[in-house]
Design a protein around this ligand. Structure first.
Ligand SMILES: C[S@@+](CC[C@H](N)C(=O)[O-])C[C@H]1O[C@@H](n2cnc3c(N)ncnc32)[C@H](O)[C@@H]1O
Length: 342
């Protein structure tokens, strides 16, 4: 356990088995009484205490980003006397807990009360050390735009634990999307023993670290252009004690190794101009996981783009899967396409 780190482990259990597993968790003292059990579609999320993970190996272990707490006052309760009732609908319901730092999006309508919202969140999460207003991400490097709200403004570096991987980073310099948690493990689970993987937009190791930790990949080339992210990529390789990641600092347009990969991950939502490089990075055949922010009105655009580039290179392509990673903005989703190129 890392000092100052906030962890909310939970297991994702199919509804039919939830009652049995809840009883077991309570019987062995594994259930975290501070968080409520919640339902997610056909799954039940059972919060467990750290250290009991191995008791539930048959289920997916997740890190809750926005758990429902059992006894704590809600943000609405705390702010009832501060924010006028006609504005209470704008009080944020969701926020990100990244290690011991909180990021919260605050609508302009109540930005006047930003500091009070920050203080309220610190009351709810006393283990957290700073709260920042999330004003979005800027440019191709996806740099966060944050405004300090509460706690200690010097606390900008944290460690986020996800799927038993440690991600150290500075929230002011580097982005982190907890919404991609399932996608990272989905990819790690697909990888066959001995694969060579190229991660063209590696960041701090969002995909590379889970792959190195949870698969039997032979080697992962992790390419990152932003020196701040690259610094934390190296830190995270050390922190997670993995030895098969080769970090490369540079523009993946120019530094991606060619004709080497069994699988290429294109984990940037605006990277269609890199599809040719990705295909050229594959051995004669292989898999590409291509991400794109897609307006629902042009939902087939990512598949079309992949097909067009493959055809221009004289390659065949089989589309294996199209899935929504998360909502991106109104009418726009973050999608990933799995394709086999040969
Ligand atoms: C959106 S982030 C990755 C997000 C990550 N896939 C996730 O699941 O959270 C994209 C990363 O690609 C990096 N990047 C952008 N353009 C690049 C380029 N031309 N070459 C290499 N890395 C690049 C950015 O600096 C950033 O760290």
């Amino acid at each position: 356990m890392l000092l100052g780190d906030v962890m909310f482990p939970a297991i994702r259990v199919p509804k039919e088995e939830a009652e049995r597993v809840r009883k077991k968790a309570e019987a062995i003292g594994a259930k975290d009484k501070g968080r409520l059990i919640t339902v997610e579609g056909s799954y039940v999320i059972i919060p467990i205490l750290e250290g009991f993970e191995d008791e539930f190996k048959e289920f997916e272990l997740i890190e809750q980003d926005n758990p429902v707490f059992a006894r704590e006052k809600s943000i609405h309760d705390i702010l009832r006397d501060v924010i006028p009732p006609e504005l209470s609908e704008y009080i944020p319901r969701a926020y990100k807990i990244l290690g011991d730092i909180i990021l919260v999006k605050i609508p302009d309508e109540i930005s006047f009360y930003s500091k009070e919202i920050g203080e309220a969140l610190l009351k709810i999460h006393p283990n957290c050390r700073s709260v920042w207003r999330d004003l979005g991400k800027e440019g191709a490097l996806r740099k966060p735009n944050l405004e300090f709200l509460a706690g200690d403004a010097k606390v900008t570096e944290t460690v986020k634990v996800e799927n038993r991987c440690y991600f150290k980073f500075d929230v002011k310099k580097v982005m982190f999307s907890p919404g991609n948690q399932y996608e990272k493990m989905r990819i790690a689970r697909m990888i066959q023993e001995g694969e060579i993987v190229v991660d063209m937009f590696a960041g701090i190791g969002y995909f590379s670290i889970p792959i190195a930790k949870h698969s039997k990949a032979k080697r992962v080339y992790a390419i990152e252009i932003n020196p701040d992210s690259y610094y934390y990529l190296i830190e995270n390789i050390k922190l997670n004690e993995v030895d098969n990641i080769i970090p490369i600092l540079g523009d993946s347009r120019f530094v991606t190794p060619l004709k080497i990969a069994d699988r290429v991950i294109m984990g940037h939502i605006n990277c269609h101009e890199f599809i040719e490089v990705a295909i050229n990075s594959l051995k004669n055949s292989g898999y590409i996981h291509y991400h794109e922010a897609v307006p629902l009105a042009v939902k087939d655009r990512p598949v079309k783009r992949l097909k067009e580039v493959a055809a221009s290179l004289g390659k065949e392509i089989r589309i294996l899967n199209f899935r929504k990673v998360k909502n991106y903005s109104p009418g726009v989703i973050h999608a990933v396409v799995d394709a086999y190129i040969y």
